[in-house]
Design a protein around this ligand. Structure first.
Ligand code: PEP
Ligand code: MN
Length: 287
C-alpha cells in the first residue's frame, strides 16, 4: 500500500469463512465451469431458459427449437417437480428426462434439470448435462454429497431462507465430495415483502463473487413470481455482474402446468435477450 493512500489492505467484507474449497482464498481466479461448448464464469453471460416443468414432448421440442433459434444455449425444464402442494402436477419423471435428451440431440441445446432425491439424481446425471439442486433441497446434505460424487456440473440454488454462508457451505459439501463444477444460483429469498414471490437478493451477486471463485447466476423468475418483473430483474442482474440467467419461458404461459404467471412467452424472452445483450456489451461481455 502506498504511504498516504486511502486504500486498505483489509477486504471490504470481513467475515469468518467456514468454507475452504469454494472460497477465493483457495482459488483466487474465477473458476470457469465448462459444460459441453458452454463456459460458465468466463466472458459470456450464459442464458438458460425453458418451461418450469416438462409437460409433453411437443412443448419441449417447441421450446428447444426456439432456444436454438434465438441463441439460448441451455434448455431448462423440470422432470421432477418439488411442488408446495401434493395435488399439483408432480412432473413426468424419467419420461420427461428422455424428452429433454431428445431435444438436446435435435437442437444442440444443453439440458439443466432438477434432482430431488437419490433416485432422481441417478437419472438426471444419466440424461442431463447440469444437475439442478433446488432451493428446497439446498441443505439436503446427503443429496449434496451424492451430487458431488456424480462429478456432473451442479446448479445449486440458494435456499428460501439461507444465508450466504449457509449457501456456500452447501456448495462446500459438493466440492468436498470431489466435484468443483458448481454454479451458484440466487433465486430470491423470503422476506417480509409479499408483493413479489421472493425478494431477489441482488447484493448476493457481488458479495458471493468476492467470497467465492464459483460462477454466480440469478433466477429472476422464481424471485419475481410475475412475468412482468422478470426482465427488469434480469437486466439488474447482468448489470451487477452475473455469469448467467435462468429464466422460465413457456410456449403458452396461460396453459402452463407449473409457474405460468412468472413464465415469459417466447416474444418476451427474445426481447429480454436483446436488452440483456446490450447491458452485457456495455460491460465488455456478451451473451
Ligand atoms: C424451478 O427451477 O422450477 C424451481 C423449483 O426452483 P426453486 O428450487 O428455486 O424454487
Ligand atoms: Mn418453476
Amino acid at each position: 500500500m502506498r504511504v498516504g493512500s486511502t486504500e486498505t489492505a483489509e477486504p471490504v467484507v470481513s467475515v469468518r469463512k467456514p468454507y475452504k474449497l469454494v472460497s477465493r482464498d483457495f482459488h483466487p481466479d474465477d473458476s470457469v465451469i465448462q459444460v459441453g461448448n458452454v463456459a460458465f464464469g468466463g466472458n459470456k453471460v450464459i442464458v438458460m431458459s425453458g418451461p418450469c416443468a416438462v409437460e409433453s414432448r411437443e412443448q419441449v421440442m417447441q421450446s428447444a427449437e426456439f432456444m436454438q433459434r434465438i441463441g439460448v444455449p441451455v434448455l431448462r425444464g423440470g422432470a421432477y417437480k418439488p411442488r408446495t402442494s401434493p395435488y399439483s402436477f408432480q412432473g413426468m419423471r424419467v419420461e420427461g428426462l428422455k424428452i429433454l435428451a431428445e431435444a438436446r440431440e435435435r437442437y444442440g441445446v444443453l439440458i439443466v434439470t432438477e434432482a430431488v432425491d437419490h433416485e432422481s439424481l441417478a437419472n438426471v446425471a444419466e440424461w442431463a448435462d447440469i444437475v439442478q439442486i433446488g432451493a428446497r433441497n439446498m441443505q439436503n446434505f446427503e443429496l449434496l454429497k451424492a451430487a458431488g460424487q456424480t462429478g456432473k456440473p451442479v446448479l445449486l440454488k440458494r435456499g428460501l431462507a439461507a444465508t450466504i454462508d449457509e449457501w456456500l457451505m452447501a456448495a462446500e459439501y459438493i466440492a468436498a465430495n470431489g466435484n468443483m463444477n458448481i454454479i451458484l444460483c440466487e433465486r430470491g429469498i423470503r422476506t417480509y415483502e409479499t408483493k413479489t414471490r421472493n425478494t431477489l437478493d441482488i447484493s448476493a451477486v457481488p458479495v458471493v463473487k468476492q467470497l467465492s471463485h464459483l460462477p454466480v447466476v440469478i433466477d429472476p423468475s422464481h424471485a419475481a413470481g410475475q412475468w412482468q418483473w422478470v426482465a427488469p430483474l434480469a437486466r439488474a442482474g447482468v448489470a451487477a455482474g452475473v455469469d448467467g440467467l435462468i429464466i422460465e419461458a413457456h410456449p403458452n404461459p396461460a396453459e402452463a402446468l407449473s409457474d405460468g404467471p412468472q413464465s415469459l412467452n417466447f416474444r418476451h424472452l427474445e426481447e429480454l435477450m436483446g436488452e440483456v445483450g446490450l447491458i452485457a456489451q456495455a460491460l465488455g461481455r456478451d451473451l
